[in-house]
Design a protein around this ligand. Structure first.
Ligand SMILES: Cc1cc2nc3c(=O)[nH]c(=O)nc-3n(C[C@H](O)[C@H](O)[C@H](O)COP(=O)(O)OP(=O)(O)OC[C@H]3O[C@@H](n4cnc5c(N)ncnc54)[C@H](O)[C@@H]3O)c2cc1C
Length: 374
């Protein structure tokens, strides 16, 4: 049985000779300070990566190729990492999907689309340059291929949701396309299409791969493009044998939710990743926002926060910068213990008050005074 590098479980970094033998003698912060003067990507234990290439992928989108240091772990096609760097003097973290496949040179790539008014995407698209260093979290995400994919697969990508599906398409292409793959790719305007040449070339040489571009907000000029938002009729018209398809969908939360509902009970399997929440996470209508006190046990600080925002946003509004990642309850980076008090889960709508339970700051709001293990 042949197993491609792109389906092996991700390699996690193990300490090197230096770390194993000098760990008790070296202060990582001191090492990082002096090593960083020589090369900003050298670090005792922090997973850092240097931008080694940058190219415009499409309107408002750039691809950054990253050379990781030895502390960066592996990944599976379809997974994402949290990317952090300083923006306006403040550490900022967001999630980005890896668009390549695991390779011998260990280089990684992300493709970032600028979101209007967005903090990190604007920085990465407009300001980040070759030589800049980013910090990367461990890879996460379950939208990955089985070891031996078979049958028919349908990838539904909207906007920047193409990124993990591109990685999966490349992984299948690398294995000579062992499945029948259809990629439906929705964009508002043709100028926003990423990876178009590569996808077209793959479709031309690989009869088991079919690409369908769908334009939603401009009159399509190219023969072969479809038009319009995702709908039952559109899927029926564009996807033969829908009932046999294994579906991966990715894009804004609303798109992913529509795809889920339209395919429910009609396909063999459905997995999805939403880049934004499907519905705005807000206060229940009957709960006007008030102010409560949050005691941060480890740092010994007390802050007043609004009950009308997620705990992550409320703490950030107080000038704090707790670790965070996807900001929608997927990656768990912001998870911390709630030592006392009641929080409200903005996704499930449930109030939670058991002590010593993990709470995800990005999808919880405070209901009462709280003590957090932060
Ligand atoms: C698992 C995962 C993987 C992701 N992979 C990618 C990727 O490969 N490429 C990529 O470009 N993005 C990706 N994203 C989205 C990315 O994490 C950020 O949300 C996005 O770049 C905006 O961050 P920002 O700091 O610029 O905006 P912020 O400052 O966080 O937000 C500014 C405003 O824009 C809204 N907003 C945030 N994200 C989006 C969005 N995607 N579309 C529309 N409005 C938005 C916010 O609600 C807010 O109102 C991914 C998200 C997740 C959860």
């Amino acid at each position: 049985m042949s197993v491609s590098a792109s389906t092996l479980p991700p390699r996690q970094p193990s300490p090197g000779w230096l770390q194993r033998n000098l760990n008790t003698l070296v202060d990582p912060d001191v090492f990082d300070y002096w090593a960083g003067l020589i090369n900003p990507a050298w670090s005792w234990s922090r997973p850092l990566a240097t931008i080694v290439e940058r190219h415009v992928e499409a309107l408002d989108s750039v691809t950054l190729v990253l050379k990781p240091n030895r502390n960066v772990g592996g990944f599976l096609p379809g997974q994402h990492v949290n990317v952090s760097c300083s923006v306006d003097g403040r550490r900022t973290t967001r999630s980005y999907s890896l668009t390549g496949v695991p390779s011998r040179d260990k280089r990684l790539s992300i493709t970032v689309k600028r979101v209007a008014g967005g903090k990190l995407s604007t920085h990465l698209v407009d300001t980040a340059r070759v030589g800049d260093v980013l910090e990367l979290g461990p890879a996460f995400g379950d939208m990955v291929l089985p070891q031996q994919p078979e049958g028919r697969w349908l990838f539904l990508a909207a906007g920047s949701g193409i990124t993990p599906l591109m990685s999966l398409t490349r992984a299948l292409a690398e294995r000579d396309m062992p499945v029948e793959l259809t990629l439906l790719y929705w964009v508002k305007a043709r100028a926003e299409l990423c990876f178009l040449q590569e996808l077209r070339a793959l479709a031309a040489r690989q009869p088991r791969f079919r690409l369908q571009v769908i334009v939603t907000h401009e009159a399509s000029t190219l023969q072969g493009d479809a038009q319009g938002l995702i709908s039952a009729d559109q899927l029926e018209a564009l996807v033969p044998q829908l009932d046999q398809q294994q579906v991966f969908a990715c894009g804004p939360g609303g798109f992913v939710e529509a795809a889920r509902q339209l395919t429910q009970g009609r396909v063999r399997r459905f997995e999805a990743e939403g880049f934004t929440p499907a519905a705005p996470m807000g206060l229940p209508a009957d709960a006007p926002a008030t102010t409560v006190r949050v005691h941060l046990q480890r740092s010994g600080r007390d802050v007043e926060v609004s009950t009308g925002a997620s705990l992550l946003e409320a703490l950030e509004a107080q000038g704090l910068n707790p670790p965070s990642g996807c900001r929608m309850g997927i990656c768990n980076t912001c998870s911390c213990q709630r030592l006392s008090g009641t929080t409200h889960d903005l996704k499930t709508g449930e109030a939670e008050s058991e002590t010593d339970r993990a709470v995800r700051l990005c999808i919880s709001r405070a209901c009462t005074d709280l003590t957090l293990d932060l």
